[in-house]
Design a protein around this ligand. Structure first.
Ligand code: SAM
Length: 264
């Protein structure tokens, strides 16, 4: 009996896509020194390639209907550990060591919670290579312009994101409505932005700056209780125009601006 894909688990499996799989292996540069964490192995299309190269592969899968298929394919491989659990409920640090690389075609319905969880585990995770909806990858990786959002800054605060390549929807079974993209996040080990501005402070200002997409910075920061005159002076000191919009600020602009706010 063949496997019946479940929509509720975001199951769009890569079909016999040697080219896509090969490209994933190339850009994620998995070596024999790497411990790889795979979220959602599905029927193991990517897992098989990861096992050919990596030192160790830990795969976390929620769907018990896939357990038998995965165990049959990989259980005799000593490099492989299967964790049958919800990734969001899994204590990642008890399965992988420092320096782990994530390589995965993740379930899209929990893209943000997964990225947050991986960032929270940055003590053991160095690099994240994931497949996400194309539009989400464009938003996370945008360097300037209207695709930037709180999500972009939430990733930039912890690491460097890069859009790697697009994958057409036809590469999956069943074929989803949207195209996908493969992207990376290399997590900063030096906490370069966190050391300058605490997380809660950083997000207070970033959220305010993006609170109304159509408004400029002066009007959005006014929601924090500052007078327009105070805001003009702060923006002026940061060398940012009062008519500028949040989407055109880099993370460095935000850090400079928030430092001025907090020292007033
Ligand atoms: N890696 C496979 C591939 O590329 O063919 C499957 C990718 S499919 C997009 C997502 C996988 O994540 C499915 O196997 C699904 O069952 C699994 N999954 C969904 N929700 C999950 C969760 N909360 N924790 C762990 N795995 C989950």
């Amino acid at each position: 009996m063949s496997f019946k894909h479940k929509k509720k688990f975001g199951q769009n499996f890569l079909t016999d896509q040697k080219e896509v799989l090969q490209k994933i292996m190339e850009v994620s540069n998995v070596t024999s020194d790497d411990t790889v964490l795979e979220i959602g192995p599905g029927e193991g299309a990517l897992t098989a390639l990861l096992l050919e190269t990596a030192k160790k592969v830990v795969a976390i899968e929620i769907d018990t209907d896939l357990e038998k298929i995965l165990r049959k394919k990989f259980d005799n491989n000593p490099k492989y550990t299967l964790v049958m659990n919800d990734v969001l409920e899994t204590d990642i640090q008890s399965f992988v060591e420092k320096g782990t690389k994530v390589v995965a075609n993740i379930p899209y319905y929990i893209t943000s919670p997964i990225i947050n969880k991986l960032i929270e585990n940055r003590e053991v995770i160095d690099e994240i290579y994931i497949m996400v909806q194309k539009e989400v990858a464009e938003r996370i990786c945008a360097k300037k312009g209207k695709e930037r959002s709180v999500l972009t800054l939430a990733v930039e605060y912890f690491g460097a994101a890069e859009y790697l390549f697009t994958i057409p929807k036809e590469a999956f079974t069943p074929i989803p409505k949207v195209d996908s993209a493969f992207m990376s996040i290399k997590l900063y080990k030096d906490n370069r932005y966190k050391n300058q501005i605490k997380e809660e402070i950083f997000f207070k200002y970033v959220k305010a700056a993006f609170s109304s997409k159509r408004k400029n910075l002066l009007n959005n920061f006014a929601t924090l209780g500052y007078s327009k005159d105070e805001l003009r002076s702060i923006l002026n000191e940061a060398k940012i125009s009062e008519t500028e919009r949040a989407e055109n600020l880099s993370i460095e602009d935000f850090i400079r601006l928030i430092t001025i706010f907090e020292n007033k």
